[in-house]
Design a protein around this ligand. Structure first.
Ligand code: HEC
Length: 140
């Protein structure tokens, strides 16, 4: 495993590699592929890539339509909650725009209370809904 010498060498290498990368490689796409001794070097701190904007109509609504509206819309509106449209979702007051942690809509799918029947939403589906709320719950 690492002894003190190799750790120091490793740190120095990382520094040198980092310096080179920022000085001579402005484009992240042109990182040299054949850098020796680099595979375990920590990645240079870069800004986290912006998540693609989540669309209510393309991403969130299809989840609600396939898993929720049989009980929350149309003939049945359990708990008075209609999840068929953006407007009806707003009217249900289960979303606090920008704050998924304070939103009932997110809470019930995270804790597995909803959907009341059938399998829980997948982690990806939950993340889609949660990220959309955190992004301000836009009507997009
Ligand atoms: C099989 C019917 C059914 C399905 C499917 C269903 N619900 Fe519900 N939902 C209910 C009922 C009934 C209630 C009333 C509370 C209870 O009985 O647990 C409720 C209550 C709720 C509440 C209010 C909870 C509270 O504590 O105030 C929310 C929010 C909700 N559902 C969201 C959803 C979402 C989001 C989905 C889809 C992912 C969904 N539900 C799917 C039947 C359903």
């Amino acid at each position: 495993m690492f002894n003190r010498y190799s750790l120091t060498l490793f740190a120095a290498l990382a520094l040198v590699l980092g310096a080179c990368a920022s000085a001579t490689e402005p484009k992240p796409t042109s990182v040299p592929t054949a850098a020796p001794a680099a595979p375990s070097a920590p990645a240079a701190p870069t800004a986290a890539p912006k998540p693609a904007a989540i669309s209510f109509s393309k991403d969130v609504l299809p989840i609600l339509q396939s898993r929720c509206v049989q009980c929350h819309g149309g003939a049945r509106t359990s708990a008075g909650i209609d999840l068929r449209t953006y407007a009806s979702l707003q009217a249900a007051q289960v979303v606090t725009p920008g704050k998924a942690s304070a939103s009932k809509l997110v809470e019930v799918v995270v804790n597995g209370l909803m959907p009341k029947q059938g399998p829980k939403l997948t982690p990806a589906e939950i993340k889609t809904i949660s990220d959309w709320v955190d992004a301000g719950a836009p009507d997009n």
